[in-house]
Every structure is written in C-alpha cells, then in structure tokens.
Design a protein. Structure first.
Length: 172
C-alpha cells in the first residue's frame, strides 16, 4: 500500500503538469489558428473589395442608363413607330440588365430586389404606354406617354439608386 501511495505522489503531480502543458499547447494552437483565419479573411477582403465597389458602380450606371429620361434621349431619333421604339427600349433595358446581372453576388438581396423591381416596373410602364398610344403612333408620342406615367408614379429607379448609394456608404 505504501508503494502505491509513493507512486501516486509521483503520478498526480506529473499528471497535473502534463494537463497544464496540454492546456497551454491547446491555447497556443487555437490562437495561431485564429491568427491564420484572420489573415486569410483579410486577404479575401482585399481581393473582393475592389470587385464589390465596381459592382456598386456598375449598378449605379445601370440605373442611370435605364432611367426613362436617359433612355428616351439616347434612343429616340424620331424615325420610329411607337411599336418599333417600344422594342428598342425593351431590348436596351434587357441588354443592360443581362450585362450587369452577375453583380448581384456583391450586394445585399434587398438592394438587388429593389434594382430588379425598378427595372420590371419600367418595362411595365413602357408596355402600358405603348398600349395607350397604339401601334401606329410615333416614337415621340410613346416618349411623351412614358414620361407622363413616370412623373405620375413614385420613382423606383431613383429609390433603388439611393439604396445602392446607402449600401455603399455602409460597406465602405
């Protein structure tokens, strides 16, 4: 029994020292792992940050380009029927949207949904305006009708643009 007691006197302190060393090594390794994770995250942010900023810039440009005033001034040369001009406008909106659709991965879902709904509302306005003026009206008539409807409703494009800018200011 006395031998067992002597053995326990040696074994218990050795076990406590071993356990303390285990805790110290574990703590050290956790801190090193945490440092590496922060370093990797920092490098990732450095790589993604310019892409995010460019995405926000592109979406601001997209919203500016599809604003009715911009579309009409840029596309209306006065030689089209309302139906032809309707197709030109809708094609321009779709091309701009398809060119920028990948930018959604860099922004919040809320802002992306505002951008999409602004685009969809504009498509609806163009189609409603084309129906009101008829197929044989001129592009000038369609332009006037689009602008009348746009000015009678809340400006979703401007609202989406404001929200994109707000998100940019929060991120950067």
């Amino acid at each position: 029994m006395e031998q067992l007691l002597e053995f326990a006197k040696i074994l218990v302190p050795a076990g406590l020292v071993l356990y303390a060393m285990f805790l110290m090594v574990k703590s050290f390794l956790n801190k090193e792992l945490e440092k590496k994770m922060l370093e990797i995250r920092g490098k990732s942010i450095e790589a993604v940050l310019p892409n995010r900023l460019q995405a926000y810039e592109r979406m601001c440009l997209f919203l500016e380009r599809i604003s009715p005033n911009s579309l009409i001034l840029r596309l209306n040369i006065g030689e089209f029927t309302s139906q032809e001009f309707q197709h030109i406008i809708l094609n321009e909106i779709r091309e701009e949207y398809n060119h920028n659709v990948s930018q959604q991965v860099y922004m919040s879902n809320e802002v992306w949904e505002l951008i999409k709904s602004a685009k969809e509302e504009l498509v609806t306005i163009v189609n409603d305006s084309a129906e009101r003026v008829g197929k044989e009206a001129t592009s000038i008539d369609l332009s006037k009708q689009i602008l009348e409807i746009v000015h009678s409703r809340p400006d979703n494009i401007a609202h989406a643009l404001i929200e994109v800018k707000n998100e940019i200011s929060q991120v950067f």
